[in-house]
Design a protein around this ligand. Structure first.
Ligand code: BGC
Length: 372
Protein backbone atom coordinates (compact mmCIF):
# COMPACT_ATOMS: atom_id res chain seq x y z
CA UNK A 1 0.00 0.00 0.00
CA UNK A 2 2.71 2.39 1.01
CA UNK A 3 4.77 1.51 -2.07
CA UNK A 4 1.75 2.03 -4.26
CA UNK A 5 1.14 5.47 -2.73
CA UNK A 6 4.81 6.24 -3.16
CA UNK A 7 4.69 5.33 -6.85
CA UNK A 8 1.58 7.42 -7.51
CA UNK A 9 3.04 10.41 -5.69
CA UNK A 10 6.29 10.09 -7.60
CA UNK A 11 4.45 10.06 -10.92
CA UNK A 12 2.29 13.00 -9.86
CA UNK A 13 5.36 14.98 -8.86
CA UNK A 14 7.14 14.28 -12.10
CA UNK A 15 4.04 15.27 -14.06
CA UNK A 16 3.62 18.49 -12.09
CA UNK A 17 7.23 19.45 -12.46
CA UNK A 18 7.37 18.53 -16.13
CA UNK A 19 4.27 20.67 -16.74
CA UNK A 20 6.03 23.72 -15.36
CA UNK A 21 9.18 23.55 -17.38
CA UNK A 22 9.99 27.16 -16.58
CA UNK A 23 10.72 26.42 -12.91
CA UNK A 24 13.97 24.54 -13.25
CA UNK A 25 15.44 26.88 -15.82
CA UNK A 26 14.36 30.12 -14.22
CA UNK A 27 16.42 29.61 -11.11
CA UNK A 28 19.88 29.61 -12.56
CA UNK A 29 22.48 27.04 -11.75
CA UNK A 30 23.21 27.83 -8.15
CA UNK A 31 20.96 26.08 -5.69
CA UNK A 32 22.55 25.91 -2.29
CA UNK A 33 25.25 28.46 -2.85
CA UNK A 34 28.72 27.86 -4.09
CA UNK A 35 31.58 30.30 -4.22
CA UNK A 36 31.48 32.92 -6.91
CA UNK A 37 27.99 31.90 -8.04
CA UNK A 38 26.46 32.36 -4.58
CA UNK A 39 23.12 34.13 -4.71
CA UNK A 40 21.98 37.19 -2.90
CA UNK A 41 19.38 36.23 -0.23
CA UNK A 42 16.71 38.23 -2.04
CA UNK A 43 17.02 35.79 -4.97
CA UNK A 44 16.67 32.71 -2.77
CA UNK A 45 13.30 31.12 -2.01
CA UNK A 46 12.90 28.82 0.96
CA UNK A 47 9.88 26.55 1.41
CA UNK A 48 8.95 25.44 4.92
CA UNK A 49 6.57 22.50 5.26
CA UNK A 50 5.25 21.92 8.78
CA UNK A 51 3.02 18.94 9.69
CA UNK A 52 0.17 20.58 11.61
CA UNK A 53 -0.88 23.44 13.86
CA UNK A 54 -2.78 21.68 16.67
CA UNK A 55 0.39 21.48 18.72
CA UNK A 56 1.70 24.99 19.45
CA UNK A 57 5.25 23.89 18.81
CA UNK A 58 4.84 23.48 15.04
CA UNK A 59 3.26 26.92 14.69
CA UNK A 60 6.15 28.38 16.69
CA UNK A 61 8.69 26.37 14.68
CA UNK A 62 7.20 27.65 11.41
CA UNK A 63 6.85 31.25 12.55
CA UNK A 64 10.30 31.42 14.17
CA UNK A 65 12.04 29.94 11.15
CA UNK A 66 10.16 32.21 8.75
CA UNK A 67 11.02 35.28 10.83
CA UNK A 68 14.69 34.32 11.09
CA UNK A 69 15.02 33.68 7.36
CA UNK A 70 13.11 36.80 6.34
CA UNK A 71 15.32 38.90 8.59
CA UNK A 72 18.29 37.62 6.58
CA UNK A 73 16.54 38.74 3.38
CA UNK A 74 15.19 35.41 2.06
CA UNK A 75 11.81 34.86 0.45
CA UNK A 76 9.86 32.31 2.49
CA UNK A 77 6.88 30.08 1.65
CA UNK A 78 5.44 28.56 4.85
CA UNK A 79 2.72 25.89 4.88
CA UNK A 80 1.11 23.61 7.46
CA UNK A 81 -0.34 20.28 6.32
CA UNK A 82 -3.08 19.47 8.83
CA UNK A 83 -1.48 16.06 9.51
CA UNK A 84 -2.48 14.90 5.99
CA UNK A 85 0.34 13.20 4.10
CA UNK A 86 -1.17 13.89 0.64
CA UNK A 87 -1.61 17.56 1.45
CA UNK A 88 2.00 17.79 2.64
CA UNK A 89 3.22 16.13 -0.57
CA UNK A 90 1.29 18.56 -2.78
CA UNK A 91 2.41 21.57 -0.72
CA UNK A 92 6.06 20.53 -1.14
CA UNK A 93 5.53 19.98 -4.86
CA UNK A 94 4.01 23.46 -5.13
CA UNK A 95 7.04 24.92 -3.35
CA UNK A 96 9.26 23.19 -5.88
CA UNK A 97 7.08 24.50 -8.72
CA UNK A 98 7.46 28.00 -7.33
CA UNK A 99 11.21 27.64 -7.58
CA UNK A 100 12.16 26.93 -3.97
CA UNK A 101 15.95 26.67 -3.66
CA UNK A 102 15.63 25.00 -0.25
CA UNK A 103 12.80 23.06 1.30
CA UNK A 104 12.67 22.50 5.03
CA UNK A 105 10.39 19.58 5.86
CA UNK A 106 9.01 18.34 9.18
CA UNK A 107 7.47 15.19 7.75
CA UNK A 108 4.12 13.78 8.83
CA UNK A 109 5.24 10.39 7.55
CA UNK A 110 9.00 10.21 7.08
CA UNK A 111 8.72 7.52 4.39
CA UNK A 112 5.63 8.71 2.51
CA UNK A 113 7.15 12.19 2.07
CA UNK A 114 10.11 10.72 0.12
CA UNK A 115 8.75 11.20 -3.44
CA UNK A 116 7.85 14.86 -2.76
CA UNK A 117 11.36 15.46 -1.37
CA UNK A 118 12.79 13.74 -4.46
CA UNK A 119 10.68 15.95 -6.73
CA UNK A 120 11.99 19.08 -4.98
CA UNK A 121 15.53 17.78 -5.17
CA UNK A 122 15.32 16.93 -8.86
CA UNK A 123 14.09 20.48 -9.40
CA UNK A 124 17.35 21.75 -7.91
CA UNK A 125 16.38 22.35 -4.30
CA UNK A 126 18.32 21.24 -1.25
CA UNK A 127 16.21 19.32 1.22
CA UNK A 128 16.53 19.81 4.97
CA UNK A 129 14.71 17.43 7.31
CA UNK A 130 13.46 19.41 10.29
CA UNK A 131 12.98 17.62 13.63
CA UNK A 132 11.89 14.39 11.85
CA UNK A 133 14.14 12.44 9.50
CA UNK A 134 13.09 11.80 5.88
CA UNK A 135 13.53 8.08 5.31
CA UNK A 136 14.77 5.80 2.53
CA UNK A 137 15.78 8.42 -0.01
CA UNK A 138 18.86 10.28 -1.23
CA UNK A 139 16.73 13.46 -1.20
CA UNK A 140 17.70 14.53 2.29
CA UNK A 141 20.76 16.78 2.45
CA UNK A 142 20.77 17.76 6.13
CA UNK A 143 18.86 16.99 9.30
CA UNK A 144 18.34 19.45 12.08
CA UNK A 145 16.76 18.16 15.31
CA UNK A 146 16.78 17.61 19.07
CA UNK A 147 18.19 14.40 20.48
CA UNK A 148 14.94 12.43 20.60
CA UNK A 149 16.54 9.34 22.16
CA UNK A 150 17.63 11.60 25.00
CA UNK A 151 14.00 12.79 25.37
CA UNK A 152 12.97 9.17 25.98
CA UNK A 153 15.88 8.61 28.37
CA UNK A 154 15.04 11.73 30.39
CA UNK A 155 11.43 10.58 30.77
CA UNK A 156 12.48 7.03 31.75
CA UNK A 157 15.00 8.35 34.28
CA UNK A 158 12.42 10.70 35.73
CA UNK A 159 9.96 7.83 36.34
CA UNK A 160 12.68 5.62 37.84
CA UNK A 161 13.76 8.35 40.24
CA UNK A 162 10.25 9.44 41.19
CA UNK A 163 9.25 5.85 42.02
CA UNK A 164 12.46 5.38 44.02
CA UNK A 165 13.57 2.44 41.88
CA UNK A 166 17.08 3.84 41.71
CA UNK A 167 17.26 3.91 45.50
CA UNK A 168 16.17 0.35 46.04
CA UNK A 169 12.35 0.37 46.09
CA UNK A 170 11.19 -2.88 44.58
CA UNK A 171 7.56 -2.22 43.65
CA UNK A 172 6.05 -3.78 41.74
CA UNK A 173 4.72 -0.54 40.30
CA UNK A 174 2.05 -0.36 37.62
CA UNK A 175 3.05 1.59 34.54
CA UNK A 176 1.39 2.08 31.14
CA UNK A 177 3.55 2.69 28.08
CA UNK A 178 2.85 4.57 24.85
CA UNK A 179 5.01 5.90 22.07
CA UNK A 180 4.40 8.40 19.27
CA UNK A 181 2.96 7.93 15.80
CA UNK A 182 3.84 4.66 14.04
CA UNK A 183 4.53 6.83 10.96
CA UNK A 184 7.18 8.95 12.70
CA UNK A 185 10.74 7.72 12.94
CA UNK A 186 11.14 9.94 16.01
CA UNK A 187 8.69 7.73 17.89
CA UNK A 188 11.03 4.78 17.45
CA UNK A 189 14.14 6.64 18.62
CA UNK A 190 12.19 8.15 21.48
CA UNK A 191 11.09 4.71 22.65
CA UNK A 192 14.59 3.36 22.28
CA UNK A 193 15.72 5.94 24.86
CA UNK A 194 12.94 5.33 27.37
CA UNK A 195 13.14 1.54 26.95
CA UNK A 196 16.88 1.56 27.61
CA UNK A 197 16.08 2.88 31.09
CA UNK A 198 12.82 1.05 31.84
CA UNK A 199 13.43 -2.42 30.41
CA UNK A 200 15.74 -3.63 33.24
CA UNK A 201 12.98 -2.86 35.76
CA UNK A 202 10.46 -4.84 33.68
CA UNK A 203 12.94 -7.70 33.66
CA UNK A 204 13.38 -7.57 37.44
CA UNK A 205 9.63 -7.35 37.97
CA UNK A 206 9.78 -3.92 39.65
CA UNK A 207 7.66 -2.47 36.81
CA UNK A 208 4.61 -4.22 35.37
CA UNK A 209 1.91 -3.23 32.89
CA UNK A 210 -1.47 -4.73 33.85
CA UNK A 211 -2.73 -4.02 30.28
CA UNK A 212 0.04 -6.19 28.85
CA UNK A 213 0.69 -3.42 26.30
CA UNK A 214 4.45 -3.88 26.35
CA UNK A 215 6.43 -4.30 23.10
CA UNK A 216 8.11 -7.70 22.73
CA UNK A 217 11.29 -5.89 21.76
CA UNK A 218 12.42 -2.59 20.27
CA UNK A 219 11.41 -3.56 16.72
CA UNK A 220 7.87 -3.94 18.00
CA UNK A 221 7.68 -0.25 19.05
CA UNK A 222 4.78 0.50 16.69
CA UNK A 223 2.50 -1.82 18.69
CA UNK A 224 2.19 0.88 21.38
CA UNK A 225 2.19 3.83 18.94
CA UNK A 226 -0.49 6.53 19.09
CA UNK A 227 -1.46 7.50 15.54
CA UNK A 228 -0.39 11.09 14.73
CA UNK A 229 0.61 11.63 18.38
CA UNK A 230 -3.01 12.68 18.70
CA UNK A 231 -4.52 13.77 22.04
CA UNK A 232 -7.93 12.23 21.35
CA UNK A 233 -6.43 8.90 20.23
CA UNK A 234 -4.36 8.83 23.42
CA UNK A 235 -7.37 9.65 25.56
CA UNK A 236 -9.38 6.77 24.03
CA UNK A 237 -6.45 4.39 24.49
CA UNK A 238 -6.00 5.36 28.15
CA UNK A 239 -9.74 5.25 28.85
CA UNK A 240 -9.82 1.69 27.48
CA UNK A 241 -6.86 0.63 29.59
CA UNK A 242 -8.25 2.30 32.72
CA UNK A 243 -11.71 0.76 32.28
CA UNK A 244 -10.33 -2.69 31.55
CA UNK A 245 -7.48 -2.95 34.04
CA UNK A 246 -7.77 -0.30 36.76
CA UNK A 247 -11.46 -0.11 37.58
CA UNK A 248 -11.26 -2.53 40.50
CA UNK A 249 -8.89 -0.43 42.56
CA UNK A 250 -5.50 -1.24 40.97
CA UNK A 251 -3.28 1.80 41.41
CA UNK A 252 -1.75 3.29 38.27
CA UNK A 253 1.66 4.57 39.33
CA UNK A 254 3.07 5.99 36.10
CA UNK A 255 2.28 6.62 32.46
CA UNK A 256 5.02 6.95 29.88
CA UNK A 257 3.36 9.61 27.72
CA UNK A 258 5.76 10.52 24.90
CA UNK A 259 4.61 14.09 24.28
CA UNK A 260 2.34 16.76 25.68
CA UNK A 261 -0.62 15.97 23.42
CA UNK A 262 -0.57 12.37 24.68
CA UNK A 263 -0.02 13.57 28.25
CA UNK A 264 -3.10 15.80 27.90
CA UNK A 265 -5.16 12.85 26.62
CA UNK A 266 -3.93 10.85 29.63
CA UNK A 267 -4.85 13.60 32.11
CA UNK A 268 -8.32 13.77 30.51
CA UNK A 269 -8.74 9.99 30.83
CA UNK A 270 -7.73 10.11 34.51
CA UNK A 271 -10.15 13.00 35.08
CA UNK A 272 -12.92 10.99 33.40
CA UNK A 273 -12.17 8.05 35.75
CA UNK A 274 -12.76 10.38 38.70
CA UNK A 275 -9.68 9.25 40.65
CA UNK A 276 -8.43 11.27 43.61
CA UNK A 277 -4.84 11.19 42.36
CA UNK A 278 -2.82 11.57 39.19
CA UNK A 279 -0.14 9.04 38.29
CA UNK A 280 3.33 10.21 37.29
CA UNK A 281 2.71 11.46 33.73
CA UNK A 282 5.59 12.41 31.44
CA UNK A 283 5.48 14.66 28.37
CA UNK A 284 7.50 16.53 25.75
CA UNK A 285 7.38 20.01 24.17
CA UNK A 286 6.50 22.32 27.08
CA UNK A 287 3.17 23.32 25.55
CA UNK A 288 1.49 26.11 27.51
CA UNK A 289 -1.55 24.12 28.69
CA UNK A 290 0.71 21.26 29.78
CA UNK A 291 3.05 23.54 31.69
CA UNK A 292 0.01 24.93 33.50
CA UNK A 293 -0.99 21.33 34.27
CA UNK A 294 2.47 20.66 35.70
CA UNK A 295 2.15 23.68 37.97
CA UNK A 296 -1.36 22.47 38.94
CA UNK A 297 -0.04 18.96 39.76
CA UNK A 298 -1.87 17.06 37.00
CA UNK A 299 1.06 16.31 34.69
CA UNK A 300 4.39 15.58 36.35
CA UNK A 301 7.06 16.61 33.89
CA UNK A 302 7.75 17.56 30.29
CA UNK A 303 10.86 17.60 28.14
CA UNK A 304 11.58 21.06 26.88
CA UNK A 305 12.97 21.48 23.39
CA UNK A 306 13.58 25.18 22.76
CA UNK A 307 12.11 25.53 19.28
CA UNK A 308 13.72 28.98 19.00
CA UNK A 309 17.14 27.27 19.03
CA UNK A 310 16.09 24.73 16.40
CA UNK A 311 14.82 27.49 14.12
CA UNK A 312 17.98 29.47 14.74
CA UNK A 313 20.37 26.63 13.92
CA UNK A 314 18.36 25.67 10.81
CA UNK A 315 18.37 29.27 9.55
CA UNK A 316 22.14 29.44 10.10
CA UNK A 317 22.63 26.16 8.26
CA UNK A 318 20.77 27.48 5.22
CA UNK A 319 22.55 30.82 5.34
CA UNK A 320 25.92 29.07 5.40
CA UNK A 321 24.94 26.96 2.37
CA UNK A 322 23.70 29.99 0.44
CA UNK A 323 27.00 31.74 1.10
CA UNK A 324 28.85 28.73 -0.24
CA UNK A 325 30.16 27.52 3.12
CA UNK A 326 30.12 24.13 4.81
CA UNK A 327 27.63 24.04 7.69
CA UNK A 328 28.76 22.78 11.07
CA UNK A 329 27.10 19.51 12.04
CA UNK A 330 27.66 17.36 15.12
CA UNK A 331 26.18 13.99 14.14
CA UNK A 332 24.94 11.81 11.29
CA UNK A 333 21.78 9.72 10.99
CA UNK A 334 21.30 6.88 8.56
CA UNK A 335 17.93 7.18 6.82
CA UNK A 336 18.11 3.76 5.17
CA UNK A 337 19.70 5.19 1.99
CA UNK A 338 22.46 7.46 3.25
CA UNK A 339 24.16 9.00 6.27
CA UNK A 340 22.59 12.41 6.66
CA UNK A 341 24.80 15.10 8.27
CA UNK A 342 22.87 16.31 11.28
CA UNK A 343 22.65 19.01 13.92
CA UNK A 344 21.58 17.54 17.23
CA UNK A 345 20.37 19.83 20.05
CA UNK A 346 19.98 18.98 23.73
CA UNK A 347 16.57 18.61 25.41
CA UNK A 348 15.94 19.57 29.05
CA UNK A 349 13.78 17.83 31.67
CA UNK A 350 11.30 20.21 33.35
CA UNK A 351 9.02 19.70 36.34
CA UNK A 352 7.46 21.94 39.00
CA UNK A 353 10.87 22.65 40.53
CA UNK A 354 12.60 24.18 37.49
CA UNK A 355 9.64 25.39 35.43
CA UNK A 356 10.28 29.03 36.32
CA UNK A 357 14.01 28.92 35.66
CA UNK A 358 13.87 26.98 32.38
CA UNK A 359 10.67 28.19 30.76
CA UNK A 360 9.66 31.53 32.26
CA UNK A 361 13.02 33.16 32.93
CA UNK A 362 14.22 32.11 29.46
CA UNK A 363 11.17 33.85 27.94
CA UNK A 364 9.77 30.64 26.40
CA UNK A 365 6.41 31.11 28.09
CA UNK A 366 4.96 33.80 30.35
CA UNK A 367 4.43 33.37 34.09
CA UNK A 368 0.70 33.86 33.47
CA UNK A 369 0.53 31.07 30.88
CA UNK A 370 2.47 28.79 33.23
CA UNK A 371 -0.10 29.47 35.95
CA UNK A 372 2.58 30.89 38.25
C1 BGC B 1 8.39 15.76 17.71
C2 BGC B 1 7.73 16.12 19.02
C3 BGC B 1 6.23 16.26 18.81
C4 BGC B 1 5.66 15.09 18.05
C5 BGC B 1 4.21 15.31 17.68
C6 BGC B 1 7.74 14.54 17.13
O1 BGC B 1 8.34 14.16 15.93
O2 BGC B 1 9.77 15.55 17.91
O3 BGC B 1 8.26 17.32 19.51
O4 BGC B 1 5.58 16.34 20.05
O5 BGC B 1 6.38 14.84 16.89
O6 BGC B 1 4.01 16.37 16.82
Amino acid sequence: MRNWTKAVCALASVAMLAGTGACGGSRGSVAGGGGAGAKDPSEVTIGISMPEQQLERWRQDGDNLKKQLESKGYKVLLQFADNKTDLQASQIQNMANQGADYVVIAAIDGTAVGPAAEAAKSNGAKVIAYDRLIMNTEACDYYSTFNITEVGRLQGQYIVKKLGLDSGRKGPFNIELMTGSPTDNNAKYYFKGSWSVLEPYFKSGALVSPSGRVPRNLDDWQSIGIQNWDRQNAQSEMENRINSYYNKGAHLDAVLAPNDAIAMGTVNAVDAAGWDYYPIITGQDAEKANVANIVAGKQTMTVYKDTRKLADSTAKLIDTLVKGGKPETNDTFNNGDKDVPSILLKPVSVDKDNVKKELVDSGYISAGDAGL
